[in-house]
Design a protein around this ligand. Structure first.
Ligand code: PMP
Length: 385
């Protein structure tokens, strides 16, 4: 059939460019060691930064949650899907993030679509860092606001764009921690610009939550307080479960409930997951040693990988990208590691700019010092081959 043939041609073109993607299929839980097709791998692939995705306390909480709540959300939050498990988690998250109110979503992707389309529309303007996550870009496009992108961290360009705009509502959107680079946005300076030009500041803290600010995330880390600040955190990365939350002024949250289509027209996240995330928050608070272990692994990695022909991008977060350059080369190094029982995904365009294919090494508190040594030894071997 012609339509299928068209897609086959497009897939073949991706193949030619080393950009065809396939999902690896795990037959184990997440963790520093995973099993794929029955073979064990030392894994640096997931965003389970605190090692909670398979933690016994969370597994027990999920079991208790299922017994108490069943498994399904049943309906959208507004129709019949909101339980005290959801309400309690929203309150706990607002308290933990030190923001007035919070709202749950089933994913960070959805939360980004929800907030940006609810706050800006046709005639308004969004100002976005060029390396923002794809979900933020999609949200900006969906909003129909004027979509102005500034070069990565280029505050002078952002200032010029803001000064030139006459849009009635302006919104600055950034990742707090860049998911493929590991670097952090200059949040205090961004907030100062937002104040000066009367804009919202929307911070996607998918990768800072649980890790930075003693686990409370990038906004607490930066010591920011402002009614124009909105923080999005995801619950499937450091929190180890699934979903997301937006925390902000109570009026913002009320407006999202009343106008954000990705909130209104979707089934609520399972109450058992909401119950389980409360256990994650308790571990984040009670076990700061997880973040200490993560920092130690980061330091060991930098030390161990010095001297390789590939460089680690500067990053003080668990996302440690090793820049390789070409797509085929990055795939070859990733395949070489895989042959040695180590799994580090190669990240290629369009996820990253052309010519900057990389290995995205994601560290976890559950990694051991010897895991870092094993990765470094394998990379040295591949560099010499
Ligand atoms: N924002 C950023 C910066 C992300 O890295 C991700 C996930 N990769 C998301 C949003 C989407 O979050 P979720 O996976 O919960 O949809």
């Amino acid at each position: 059939m012609r339509l299928i043939a068209q897609l086959q041609d497009k897939l073949a073109a991706l193949d030619g460019d080393h950009r065809r993607r396939r999902c690896p299929v795990l037959d184990s839980p997440q963790g520093p060691h995973v099993s794929i097709d029955g073979r064990d791998y030392l894994a640096f692939a997931s965003n389970d930064y605190l090692g909670l995705a398979n933690h016994p306390a969370l597994v027990a909480a999920a079991r208790d949650g299922a017994l108490r709540w069943g498994v399904g959300g049943g309906a959208s939050h507004l129709v019949a899907g909101h339980s005290t498990a959801h309400a309690a988690l929203e309150q706990a998250l607002a308290d933990w993030l030190r923001l007035p109110a919070a709202l749950l979503f089933s994913s960070g992707y959805q939360a980004n679509l929800a907030v940006i389309t609810a706050l800006v529309g046709r005639g308004d303007a969004v100002f976005a860092d060029r390396l923002n996550h794809a979900s933020l870009n999609d949200a900006c496009l969906l909003s129909r606001a004027e979509f102005k992108r500034f070069a990565h961290h280029d505050l002078a360009q952002l200032e010029r764009l803001l000064a030139a705009s006459t849009a009635p509502t302006k919104l600055i959107a950034v990742d707090a921690v860049y998911s493929m680079d590991g670097d952090c946005a200059p949040l205090a300076a961004l907030l100062a610009l937002a104040e000066r030009f009367d804009a919202w500041l929307y911070v996607d803290d998918a990768h800072g939550f649980g890790v930075l600010g003693e686990g409370r995330g990038s906004v607490v880390e930066a010591g920011l307080h402002s009614e124009r600040l909105i923080q999005m955190v995801t619950l499937g990365k450091a929190a180890g479960v699934a979903g997301a939350a937006v925390a902000a002024h109570a009026v913002v949250i009320d407006w999202l409930v009343n106008s954000a289509r990705p909130f209104i027209f979707t089934t609520s996240t399972s109450p058992l997951l909401a119950h389980t995330v409360q256990a994650s928050l308790r571990l984040m608070a009670d076990e700061p040693e997880r973040r200490a272990a993560l920092r130690a692994r980061m330091a060991e990695l930098k030390h161990q990988l010095a001297g390789l022909p590939w460089t680690l991008l500067p990053s003080d977060t668990p996302i440690q990208p090793l820049l390789i350059g070409g797509n085929a080369e990055a795939l070859a190094v990733s395949a070489g590691l895989r042959a040695r029982g180590i799994w580090v995904p190669a990240i290629r365009p369009p996820t990253v700019p052309p010519g900057s294919a990389r290995l995205r090494i994601a560290l976890s508190a559950a990694h051991q010092p010897q895991d870092i040594v094993r990765l470094a030894d394998a990379l040295r071997e591949l560099a010499a081959s």
